[in-house]
Structures are given as structure tokens and as C-alpha cells.
Design a protein around this ligand. Structure first.
Ligand SMILES: C[S@@+](CC[C@H](N)C(=O)[O-])C[C@H]1O[C@@H](n2cnc3c(N)ncnc32)[C@H](O)[C@@H]1O
Length: 263
């Protein structure tokens, strides 16, 4: 299934100017700390599902040997340029099966695109199916039902000057709207992108993303249902607290619960 979102399709090439690798240093540092702290085995290999432009990976690759999976060919192209030493695979986090096991699996902001419980469960099943016993899945959703806060933000970067061409630049406004009702499992994030091309022309693109919202008990239950021992923790960034979830693959598994990855 191709992504319908402009950001990951026709704007994929702009990703490094919208979201730069240096913005991910703190998140990646926390990921290494949580994964090493929770795992019962030494962590050498890590599978990232929904790895996007590879910004997290650009930091994580110093600690782990990475395999990066994403749905979008454009985002994979951007990530390959940034992380040529990492393995890249096109796939859907709900269904991909690589036929091998990893010491850790990481699902960062891409998990927000799971908008139904069935999709979230399928993504967690993929994580579990690729984990070695004693390994850990580390999940960092942007929001849970309990932690959700509407917000606005902005950002963007200038391209470094290359040859004679005028550097491109991007700026964006991000507007996270509240869900429509208390029981709603979805919220919308609207983006206004202002993109300055190599000729100096600026154009505007609006992109609306619908994202999933689930209560903490649902995350913990689904992790348990896919054969992982769940735990919630908190990470701090920019003065805000974020829920993170860890799912440990038991060293000894109960029959029928631990499925291994099939190609
Ligand atoms: C915000 S970007 C991830 C950025 C990434 N954290 C980074 O470090 O560059 C979200 C990514 O999720 C991917 N995505 C969305 N749904 C997906 C799915 N079902 N399976 C795999 N990737 C998916 C999109 O293609 C997009 O590249």
C-alpha cells in the first residue's frame, strides 16, 4: 500500500530540510539507554519499523547494526543517502516479515499512523515476530490518550550551499488538533509547508495527517497479546513528558505465543 501523505510521497525529497538529523540526537540517546536497560541480551542488531528519512538511524547506527523498514520509496531514498551503511527494506510495518530475528525493534513516530486497534496490533505483532528471546521492542508514540495535548509548532532548515545552485529552504507550521470526541481514536495534524526551490520561488503545500490515539492500557494489553512482557516508562523532552512502551520477549516462551519471523 502506497502512502497517501504528501510529506512522504511528493515532498520526501524535502524531508532533510523539514526535519534534520541533529533534531533527533536526544531521542536516539534515550532509545539506546532504554533498549540497553531493558534487554536481557547484548543488543547488536536493531530493526526500525517506519524509519522514514533515517534521522534517528543516523545516531543509532553508532550503537547498533541497523535494518530500516519504511513504506515510502522516497523516504527510503533519503535515508539511504544519509545512512548508506545500513540495510534498507521497503515494507509495511503491519505485514513485513524479514525471516530473521533482531536483538531489538524500534518504532518511533511512524507508529502514530496506526489508526485502528487492529493496525496497531499488527505492527506490534511484526515487532514481536522479529525479536530474539531476551530482546526488547521500544515504542515511542507522539501521544497516548492520557498524554495528548493540542499544540502548534514550527521549524525548517536551509540547505547547505552546493556548487552554483541557489540553496533550497523549507519552513513549516504544524498544528495538532484535539480529537473530535472523548472516545475518539483519531486526531489530525495539519502541516503548512513553505518550500523555496533552487530558483528562489516559494510555494505552499497543505498536508493533513490522521493519526491514531490509544489509551495506555490498550498499548500494554496489545503488547501482552503479541507475546511481549509490557512496561510503560516516561521520557522528558523540551520540558514535556512522553509515554514510552517497552515489550520484552521472554527468554522462555509459552507455547503458541512466540511466533518467529517467516519470510
Ligand atoms: C515521521 S516519518 C519517520 C521519521 C523518522 N523517525 C526519521 O528518523 O527520519 C514517518 C514514516 O512512517 C512511514 N510509515 C507510515 N505508515 C507506515 C507503515 N504502515 N509501514 C511502514 N512505514 C510507514 C512513512 O512512510 C514515513 O516515512
Amino acid at each position: 500500500m502506497a502512502t497517501p501523505l504528501k510529506l512522504y510521497r511528493e515532498l520526501a525529497d524535502w524531508w532533510p530540510l523539514i526535519s534534520a538529523p541533529e533534531d533527533y540526537a536526544d531521542e536516539a540517546r534515550d532509545a539506546v539507554r532504554f533498549i540497553r536497560g531493558a534487554s536481557k541480551i547484548p543488543v547488536r542488531t536493531l530493526l526500525e519499523l517506519g524509519s522514514g528519512g533515517g534521522n534517528n538511524a543516523s545516531h543509532l547506527k553508532r550503537s547498533f547494526q541497523l535494518t530500516l523498514v519504511d513504506l515510502s520509496p522516497g523516504m527510503l531514498r533519503v535515508s539511504r543517502a544519509l545512512n548508506p551503511e545500513c540495510e534498507h527494506v521497503a515494507g509495511d510495518m503491519r505485514t513485513v516479515r524479514l525471516g530473521r530475528l533482531f536483538d531489538a525493534v524500534f518504532l518511533h513516530d511512524a507508529i502514530m499512523y496506526m489508526r485502528t486497534e487492529a493496525d496497531l496490533r499488527a505492527a506490534l505483532e511484526t515487532a514481536s515476530a522479529h525479536l530474539r528471546p531476551g530482546g526488547v521492542a521500544y515504542l515511542t508514540p507522539d501521544h497516548t490518550t492520557e498524554s495528548f495535548r493540542p499544540s502548534t509548532g514550527h521549524g525548517g532548515h536551509d540547505e547547505r550551499r552546493k556548487g552554483g545552485r541557489r540553496p533550497r529552504a523549507a519552513r513549516y507550521l504544524e498544528w495538532t488538533l484535539p480529537p473530535s470526541g472523548r472516545a475518539s481514536r483519531e486526531y489530525a495534524v495539519h502541516y503548512a509547508f513553505l518550500l523555496k526551490d533552487g530558483h528562489g520561488s516559494v510555494h505552499l503545500v497543505h498536508d493533513a495527517h490522521r493519526e491514531g490515539l490509544f489509551p495506555r492500557p490498550t498499548w500494554l494489553r496489545l503488547l501482552r497479546e503479541v507475546g511481549l512482557v509490557p512496561r510503560r516508562a516516561t521520557r522528558l523532552e523540551g520540558g514535556r513528558k512522553y509515554d514510552v512502551f517497552l515489550g520484552l520477549k521472554p527468554l522462555t516462551s509459552s507455547p503458541g505465543r512466540n511466533r518467529s519471523a517467516r519470510g
